[in-house]
Write a protein that binds this ligand. Structure first.
Ligand SMILES: CC(C)(COP(=O)(O)OP(=O)(O)OC[C@H]1O[C@@H](n2cnc3c(N)ncnc32)[C@H](O)[C@@H]1OP(=O)(O)O)[C@@H](O)C(=O)NCCC(=O)NCCS
Length: 151
């Protein structure tokens, strides 16, 4: 399994991948409407919005896209891995790559909004809770941050 930068033709596989990652995750703190709304959010247009400020990675297994993660300025977002590829270190690899990119861009900190079931994952990678965000359509998220400068 390898990670590489996103290329435009990957977009065909991205929306269904994100839908599955959201629908099949542990959603027990969220309503059916909130889950559906999150799963429908990342259309091709939304995913590709503001591309000049984003660094996007995908993971591949042969030619198949198995996961993705994005850095937009100093925010890590849209980190999604197909259920059958979770727990194999891809999430850690994506976040590490994005943190290195953020350092190269001159940022000292990165932040993200985690769904409740992903908070422990980010804590394992050194992120700390800094607040909460109640999204009108998606429900509760936890704002988390990490100091990334190595010097
Ligand atoms: C959350 C997610 C990105 C993690 O990616 P992953 O590739 O499965 O995680 P990794 O294999 O890199 O795991 C790294 C460590 O975190 C742990 N971990 C992974 N997911 C976890 C979770 N949901 N809760 C607690 N620990 C978790 C792993 O056990 C591993 O721990 P270890 O180093 O002690 O062995 C992935 O499971 C996913 O796509 N989930 C569904 C979509 C989602 O919720 N995305 C996050 C939106 S904020």
């Amino acid at each position: 399994m390898a990670i590489r930068k996103f290329r435009m033709p990957d977009i065909i596989e991205i929306h269904p991948l994100i839908r599955r990652a959201i629908i099949e995750r542990d959603n027990h703190n969220y309503t059916r409407e909130q889950i559906d709304s999150s799963a429908s959010y990342y259309t091709a247009e939304r995913f590709c919005e503001d591309l000049e400020h984003k660094i996007i990675y995908v993971s591949t297994d042969n030619e198949k896209i198995t996961g993705t993660a994005t850095l937009r300025n100093d925010e890590i977002m849209a980190c999604f891995i197909l259920p059958e590829y979770q727990g194999k270190g891809l999430g850690r690899e994506f976040v590490g790559a994005l943190e290195r990119d953020a350092v190269l861009k001159g940022f000292s900190n990165v932040w993200l909004v985690a769904v409740l079931s992903a908070v422990e994952f980010y804590e394992k990678l050194g992120y700390h809770k800094t607040g909460e965000k109640m999204h009108n359509d998606w429900g509760k998220g936890i704002i988390m941050g990490k100091y990334i400068r190595k010097d």
